[in-house]
Design a protein around this ligand. Structure first.
Ligand code: 13P
Length: 120
């Protein structure tokens, strides 16, 4: 069982929920962790259980980063919005930096998420 982080910026939350619904059976075999709003929406729209962290701008991205550097997260699915500025951009950068540093598979879009999930 893999420990999978689920995060999406606001304009990408619909995409992530659709992706999670499409992969519901597979995702249900894993331990899911999500930032507050993303995780709540995934649960509401798919029925999947997601352990909820703080909302991203309130520290949720940093909580996922801490999980990564402590070896408590195996995969990060993070649908980033490349067309909008984020008030917590420094947190977003810190999270993607730690995923890179610790060699955690990081999917920033649906195609990559499909490939990563197929491999776990
Ligand atoms: O902002 C986020 C990622 O940077 C996501 O946070 P929420 O899921 O709480 O909206």
């Amino acid at each position: 069982m893999a420990r999978i982080g689920l995060v999406a910026h606001d304009d990408k939350k619909d995409d992530l929920c659709r992706w999670a619904e499409a992969h519901r059976d597979k995702l249900s075999q894993h331990e899911l962790w999500g930032t507050g709003t993303t995780g709540s929406r995934v649960t509401a729209e798919t029925g999947l259980h997601v352990h909820l962290l703080k909302s991203g701008p309130l520290g949720g991205d940093q909580q996922l980063g801490a999980m990564i550097c402590e070896g408590r997260l195996d995969v990060l699915i993070f649908f980033i919005d490349p067309l909008s500025a984020q008030p917590h951009d420094v947190d977003v950068k810190a999270l993607t930096r730690l995923a890179t540093l610790y060699d955690v598979p990081l999917a920033n879009n649906k195609s990559t998420a499909d490939a990563v999930l197929a491999a776990v």
